[in-house]
Design a protein around this ligand. Sequence first.
Ligand code: GLN
Length: 510
Amino acid sequence: MELTDLTIKKAHQGLVNGEFSALELCKAYLDRLKEKEKEISSYLTVVEDFALSQAKKIDDMILEGRDLPVLAGIPCAIKDAILVEGIRCTAASKILENYIAPYDATCVKKLKGEGAVILGKTNMDEFAMGSSTENSAFKITKNPHDLTRVPGGSSGGSASGISANECVFALGSDTGGSIRLPACFCGTVGLKPTYGAVSRYGLIAFASSLDQIGPMAKTVEDCKIVFDVISGKDEMDSTSVEPKLKVQSEKLKVNELRIGVPKEYFIEGMEKEVERVIKKVIKKYEELGAKIEEISLPHTEYALACYYIIALSEASANLARYDGIKYGYSVSDKPASLMDVYLQSREEGFGPEVRRRIILGTYALSAGYYEAYYLRAQKVRALLRKDFDEAFKKVDVILTPVSPTTAFKIGEKINDPLKMYLSDIFTVSVNLAGLPALAIPCGKTAPHHFAKEVRKQKRFNKEKIFSSGNKNLLQSGGGLPIGFQIIGRPFEENVILSLGEIFEKYGRAH
Ligand code: GLN
């Protein structure tokens, strides 16, 4: 097995047993990165020297015979919306192009405390606004399963980095699906924790009542390891709380669990292959003894509209701090008036999607419209939350697809924002209700389905479809990853993680 194929658990064992050093492990990843970045572009910043010096410290620890925490020496990547002291942090925006983080985000401080080796900062949609990572001001990240497709967004670089073995695990952030969607499109695991379970201190804010930092990794077990490290109350974030684990993982018995399957999540327009694979997952859990119940989350159809009012309103307020004065990009030829410094810096610094959202959010909050949009959306949010409360009286967890489609083509939705927003249809409710949710890969589209799609595209557009990515995919007979989502009660991350581990152990559908 290559060093870059390892999970956290296996890399840790290798380090403890002296099979390789932390420096060797780190170098293996840096070499892999140099080779893969040319085609994937997962990273915005790579901090080679910093990574090597961190790894060296771990080797010294090993030499001294000290106990090794499980993350010590493990190479990881951090989404570029999360601050790492002394390293550039751009949120993939021109407005923060030269911004150097003055302190560590709490979750980064915790990772460093455990000895994790940070390789760099990953690409994303600008200010985490998007579902494909195409909104980055700097580069387009490719899906390692098919280089002509998006990795999902907004934490696309974190997901593609894991999938292309350019890091062992990564941190992402999820406001409306940004951990789960890219995890799903790239065939990796991602956890969106309960609102408050992980400190947001040091996360560049998009929509503060929805944002959460969470782990992304190759396995559920790895996500659990990282979540254990980064979660907990932080005095720097008053919305953070100490999770009280109600069900110990060891005690979780799948045959005592009731899994709800909401009928609103199996909609028209869903790809047939997604439906086929998700139904197989449900069947697998049933075979393992879980009780499957059809449930209803009746307000689901309003979730997307509600999300886009609330998220954009909060974003318009949060992004007011980028004014060309305090920090970040400032227009170079200084205009005569202060107002023009504000206006021009923002116009030149923000990309088109961010500007669109600020305008919409400001409109929704403006006098006369506030009641009609923002306040209304808050009421709908309460109804959505109530749907889940009612459902969780009948079932212990809820199982849904992560996305109605598999990874789409680069360029396919970028000029149609509404189409892009629809990618989040199965993920936003979870953020609005503040719940934890885990995205797990569960299979791929069948090769014949993929071949059919290639033929269709060949017929309808003249674009170059036989890129190296597509060719590899066809040759390997593989298709595109499909993922499912397990939603839990607040602070029951351990329940959804355990259930995910059970699937990984017994159920992976092929
Ligand atoms: N895709 C969603 C949006 O564009 C969610 C983004 C996120 O979770 N950060 O808002």
